[in-house]
Design a protein around this ligand. Structure first.
Ligand SMILES: C[S@@+](CC[C@H](N)C(=O)[O-])C[C@H]1O[C@@H](n2cnc3c(N)ncnc32)[C@H](O)[C@@H]1O
Length: 277
């Protein structure tokens, strides 16, 4: 039976790599080659342009290099590479293969955003929906530290979770695409089985049709972190950033869209976070 402290810290997701960690989503492992039929670059264009603008406006000096952590199939990168020299880190080899095909001019590195160390720094560090896979405070803290270590002084990091605690709403969605030789459709069901812990769940059913015409159904579960705005800001400050929340005019979150976190690493050439719009 856990004592009160243990129970509280488990609810906050302080547990780190304890037993009970959610398994890797199948979409990024055995099903990774299907990713381009789940999600395509055009769906990321509006958001990528917004992220690019937030990054550029955060700093009073030109930005050239960008590191994306959890870059997946490289849809964001396919837009960001037009403006930045991009390095992409993901822990799933199959997703890196997809991204390499789409973004051959970017540098790809296999690594875990909690612990990867590239030995160099970037003008900006970007973590979009992949930050959701940090489902405990321990993991989120580690990912923020990785971003801080890889960010130049006066540079900026941007974290764009799908939801924070305040704007989370259960929902269902569907989507998918047809390729030349195969097709995919999915149903996505977002819900929070236990509102007292630091996670929510996205259950997927994928319908996969291959050349022979046979359709098979695969199920997948993604467990994602859900933290309040104040927790985000507290953890970013603890990591060393000067951070603020920025509303984003798109996304599933209600009522007004996503909320992202722009985090400046104090140092030379950098406007104070509070002074930038
Ligand atoms: C939804 S996909 C990202 C898609 C991406 N935003 C794009 O533009 O294509 C999420 C990715 O996060 C990656 N990921 C999850 N946990 C990670 C970790 N600890 N370190 C690195 N990558 C991770 C997964 O392997 C997956 O490729």
């Amino acid at each position: 039976m856990p004592n009160d402290m243990d129970a509280r810290s488990q609810r906050r997701g302080e547990g780190g790599d304890r037993d009970g960690r959610a398994p890797e989503p199948r979409l990024y492992g055995e099903l990774a080659s299907w990713w381009p039929l789940v999600s395509q670059p055009a769906e990321y264009e509006e958001a990528s342009l917004f992220y690019q603008r937030v990054l550029i406006e955060a700093c009073g000096h030109p930005l050239r290099t960008l590191l994306e952590l959890g870059s997946g199939g490289g849809n964001n990168a396919s837009h960001l590479k037009k403006r930045f020299e991009v390095t992409l880190v993901d822990r799933a080899p199959g997703m890196l293969t997809v991204s390499r095909a789409l973004n051959p001019e970017c540098t790809h590195v296999e690594g875990d955003m909690r612990v990867v160390r590239l030995g160099r720094q970037f003008d900006c560090v970007f973590v979009q929906d992949a930050i959701g896979y940090m489902s405990t405070v321990h993991d989120l803290r580690q990912a923020m530290q990785t971003a801080f270590i890889h960010c130049k002084e006066g540079g900026v990091a941007l974290f764009a979770p799908d939801y924070i605690r305040e704007n989370f709403r259960p929902s269902t969605q569907h989507g998918g695409h047809d390729g030349a030789l195969r097709s995919l459709r999915y149903v996505e069901w977002t819900w929070d089985p236990d509102p007292t812990d630091s996670c929510y769940t996205v259950d997927f059913a994928y319908l996969l049709r291959e050349g022979s015409g046979v359709v098979r159904v695969e199920q997948d579960r993604h467990v994602l972190g859900l933290f309040a705005r104040a927790e985000w800001l507290e953890l970013l400050a603890e990591a060393g950033f000067e951070a603020r929340a920025v509303p984003a005019p798109f996304g599933e979150a209600e009522p007004s869209g996503r909320e992202v976190f722009r985090a400046i690493k104090p140092g030379k050439g950098c406007a104070k976070a509070a002074d930038v719009g």
